[in-house]
Design a protein around this ligand. Structure first.
Ligand code: ZN
Length: 648
């Protein structure tokens, strides 16, 4: 997964973690390689009908027929959603719940210890229960991942896990679901879910699609994108397995980007194939939403990804730069995260808690590979790639939270911490196993190249760990030991020592060994890169983080201060608002001018700040000018970084 937020910091993308030892060992015992498909057992066959014709009102109606026996029927609303790494199933958006059997309304009660569990009283003589529910999609900001806004007047993404219940006592691989979906008049759709029948109502033009029966696992793996404006772009025409992009937007104009956009996505498929050497899907669909009115994130599946950015993400050059890397990240997850998955993250249903300690592989390695693929597929120039890497390194190099919290804990704590507010982020420490592990996997890549005198690279690890044989979706679980073993097969080294240090250290500073080992150095100057300007423009933010330790919104509101740097030392904190700079009304330009002029002035920088209805002037004795990060060549070392992002 990958969360795209409005944070002033460099992070554009994020993702994933969990705890039941009994389950863990049971699972390890039965399956190192397990099919994701129904095992042919006598498990229930459930039909689910979703009426999406009221999408513009953001309400979806679902009806289910669930086999049942007299007594208490326990049903679950999916809670631990794959790829979301937490108990994020949007239970607060479930409404209109009703159960009937033989025309009688049945009584039900929510479990007192788990709000996602329902107990239904089934009378004698009953063989199945009709369940109906509404999913009321959030209409505004708020909610993370699939619990965020998902529908507009012109498009929607149907995530099946939000629209159904499932009976207890079976794994999601064992349960079979047959889904039917009704769409608004004239809307098209895209999905990896195999279709068995389609019909259009001759009176109202509404399309109804019946899908082939699949396991509950594969139903949840296959969301449907639908909309009035939807474009289908084949990304590897004539090849097997097929890959296509299904992109829906709030306008037709958003679907007419420069032609190189589609070429780069085609290159992404080619370059990913060369990187891994195999595929673990039968038919892959990028489901890409372009809207300013849906939550922005990416969520991975075996055979698709649900990725969402702003309406102009493909047609506006700044938005395109900021969005680059999201689709490559989610596509890489088909190999790293879905096919190869940490054993304690691979759960049998959506009720068992997940454990997130290995997200530094699941998400960290995916972040690294997703980023380097933006260079290999051409979506970023080498300079744009380096500016993005510099930004990531600079942000992590100004992360005082590492003094109390190591990188491992950022992964371990995900289920309870991932929805934390952005204020105090640098001290609390956010989901650093994404971006800090991008730096760490770059470091590992340079070590492999050095140890093997350029004969091998992390590509060899990926081919061995994630590659052949190709085939339909399956889950092949792994442990920390498996990662170390494969690394040692590629290039013998003290990988245990390397990763233990990387995961448990408390700094100081970011792990820059990969940047330095690949022939580059992190430096700061007063030049805002294209990326810094794009981020500030897109989010209305001001980045004074590396000069005085201050992140601001465009109106002067302080979103974060960096402990130990001048603004924090002076007494400024998140939630305050800068309203004046050296006696003049605040603006981003006025603050930047003042930072620049301070280099040649003995006077302190004076910030007039409002805090809970009180005003105060803070004086910062700062004369270092503006500071923005860049990478510059270290001529004493070979340029491995440029090799890493060259197309294969
Ligand atoms: Zn991810």
């Amino acid at each position: 997964m990958c969360l795209v937020t409005g944070h002033p910091g460099p992070r554009s993308v994020f993702v994933t973690v969990f705890a039941n030892q009994i389950f863990r060992y049971w699972f390890l015992a039965i399956a190192l390689v397990s099919p994701v498909f129904a095992a042919g057992s006598p498990a229930p066959h459930v039909s689910v009908f979703v009426d999406a014709t009221e999408t513009p009102r953001k309400i979806f109606h679902a009806r289910m027929t669930i086999p049942a026996k007299p007594g208490t029927l326990t049903l679950y609303y999916p809670k631990w959603i794959p790829g979301e790494h937490g108990p994020t199933g949007p239970i607060e958006d479930l409404a209109g719940l009703k159960f009937t059997a033989n025309g009688q309304t049945l009584s039900w009660r929510r479990d007192l210890l788990d709000g996602w569990t329902f107990h239904v009283e089934v009378p004698a003589g009953t063989s199945s229960v009709e369940a109906s529910l509404d999913f009321i999609s959030p209409a505004g900001p708020g909610g993370i991942y699939t619990s965020g806004a998902t529908a507009t007047d012109r498009m929607a993404v149907i995530n099946w896990n939000a629209m159904l219940l499932y009976p207890g006592g079976w794994t999601s691989d064992e349960l079979t679901y047959e889904a039917t979906l009704k769409l608004p008049t004239g809307w098209k759709f895209g999905t990896s879910l195999p279709v068995s029948a389609e019909a259009t109502d001759q009176f109202n033009g509404q399309r109804q699609i019946t899908f082939k029966p699949v396991s509950l696992t594969m139903l949840v793996d296959a969301p449907v994108i639908t909309g009035q404006y939807l474009k289908v772009v084949p990304l590897n025409p004539g090849q097997t397995p097929p890959v296509e992009l299904d992109v829906a937007a709030d306008s037709a104009a958003a679907l007419e980007p420069p032609a190189d956009v589609w070429e780069h996505f085609k290159n992404l498929v080619t370059q990913s194939g060369l990187l891994f050497g195999a595929q673990h899907y039968r038919d892959y669909h990028f489901l890409y939403s372009l809207s300013d009115h849906v939550a922005h994130f990416g969520l991975e599946h075996h055979e698709s990804n649900d990725s969402r950015l702003g309406e102009r993400a493909l047609v506006d050059s700044s938005a395109r730069l900021l969005g680059s890397g999201l689709l490559s990240h989610e596509y890489v997850h088909s190999w790293n995260g879905k096919f190869r998955r940490p054993a304690d993250l691979a759960t049998p249903d959506y009720e068992k808690p997940m454990q997130t300690d290995l997200l530094w592989v699941y998400e960290g390695l995916t972040t690294y590979l997703g980023e380097i693929l933006t260079g290999r597929d051409g979506e970023r120039t080498p300079e744009q790639f380096r500016e993005a890497l510099a930004y990531t390194a600079a942000d992590l190099d100004h992360r005082p939270g590492r003094t109390w919290r190591n990188l491992q804990d950022t992964a371990d704590g995900v289920p309870s911490m991932q929805d934390a507010p952005r204020q105090w982020e640098s001290w609390r420490r956010p989901l650093d196993y994404y971006e800090e592990d991008e730096l760490n996997w770059l470091w590992a890549d340079t070590i492999i190249r050095q140890q093997t005198h350029g004969q091998k690279s992390l590509d060899d690890f990926c081919r061995s760990f994630h590659g052949a044989p190709s085939g339909p979706p399956q889950v092949k679980t792994y442990t920390f030991e498996d990662v170390l073993n494969t690394l040692n097969q590629v290039a013998p080294y003290d990988w245990r020592g390397f990763w233990t240090e990387r995961l448990r250290n408390h700094g100081p500073g970011a792990p820059l060994g990969g940047i330095e080992g690949s022939g580059w150095k992190l430096v700061y100057d007063d030049v805002r890169s294209e990326l810094v300007r794009a981020r500030e423009g897109d989010r209305g933010t001001v980045n004074a983080a590396y000069s005085i330790g201050l992140w601001l919104k465009g109106d002067g509101s302080v979103t974060d201060t960096i402990e130990g740097m001048l603004a924090a030392q002076a007494g400024i904190g998140p939630g305050m608002k800068v309203i004046g700079v050296n006696g003049r009304k605040f603006s981003a330009e006025i603050l930047r001018d003042a930072l620049r002029e301070g280099k040649n002035s003995p006077n302190p920088l004076e910030l007039l700040v409002e805090n809970t209805e009180y005003y105060k002037t803070f004086k910062l004795d700062y004369h270092g000018g503006e500071k923005y990060p860049h990478l510059v060549r270290d001529d004493g070392k070979p340029d491995l970084l440029s090799d890493i992002i060259k197309p294969r």
